[in-house]
Design a protein around this ligand. Structure first.
Ligand code: G6P
Ligand code: MG
Length: 216
């Protein structure tokens, strides 16, 4: 029996990738770098600073900024991103998410969030689902980002579940790799990408049968 669920946030609970994309695209543009949606795909699951580093490397500007300047650029991107999230509400939950979380609660299955986003608590609050989660891993406490398993191991530990008894839900390749490296069952959620290594892939949470998952 599985005893705990660990969720990524962006692309699993809500679709914030489009807002990250707008904010990164604008910032990159201001530096003379053009990114497209295919490049944005490679930023999914990657921390704010690592995303900035990837963009600068892509535009061959990786040696042009001091750490303080890069921090200011990351802050500028986040300011725009947070503005774009102003109207986020329960209607922005991805299909099947609310139902699935409610069912997990009925089954007394603890849930936690393993997201690289420092905006996770604010986003979950706006979506009206904060109370479903027993813990949100603070990405500031991590030594390594996804695909390292650290965030998933912490997310399981914090809800008192051993990795082998946990199921991780992810929309990004780096996340699936992290879940598998943590020794958990990986559910990939994506309608557009094939997530290599996922134990099960669905296009949305509406396809998931909680009773069946728990007995895996
Ligand atoms: C998630 C998203 C990434 C984002 C990261 C950091 O993992 O998939 O695209 O860069 O969180 O988010 P933040 O809200 O802290 O900038
Ligand atoms: Mg994601």
């Amino acid at each position: 029996m599985k005893k705990g669920f660990i969720f990524d946030l962006d692309g699993v609970i809500t679709d914030t990738a489009k807002f990250h994309y707008i904010a990164w695209k604008d910032l990159a543009q201001s530096l003379g770098i053009t990114i497209d949606e295919a490049f944005n795909e490679t930023l999914k699951g990657i921390s704010r600073m690592d995303s900035l580093d990837k963009i600068l490397a892509y535009g061959q500007r990786e040696n042009d900024f001091t750490l303080a300047e890069k921090e200011a650029l990351a802050q500028k991107k986040n300011d725009e991103y947070v503005k774009l999230l102003a109207d986020l509400s329960e209607t922005d939950l991805l299909p099947g998410v609310h139902d699935f979380l409610a069912q997990a609660k009925e089954h007394n299955i603890p849930c936690s969030i393993a997201s690289a986003s420092k905006n996770a608590p604010m986003i979950l609050e706006k979506l009206g689902v904060l109370d479903f989660f027993g813990h949100i891993v603070d990405p500031e406490t991590l030594k390594k980002g996804k695909p390292d398993p650290e965030i998933f191991i912490k997310a399981a530990e914090c809800i008192g579940v051993v990795p082998n008894d946990a199921i991780g839900f992810e929309d990004a390749q780096a996340g699936i790799e992290g879940i598998k490296a943590a020794g958990m069952y990986a559910v990939g959620i994506s309608a557009t990408e094939t997530l290599a290594g996922a134990d099960l892939q669905v296009t949305s949470m509406t396809e998931l049968d909680i009773e069946q998952l728990l007995t895996i």
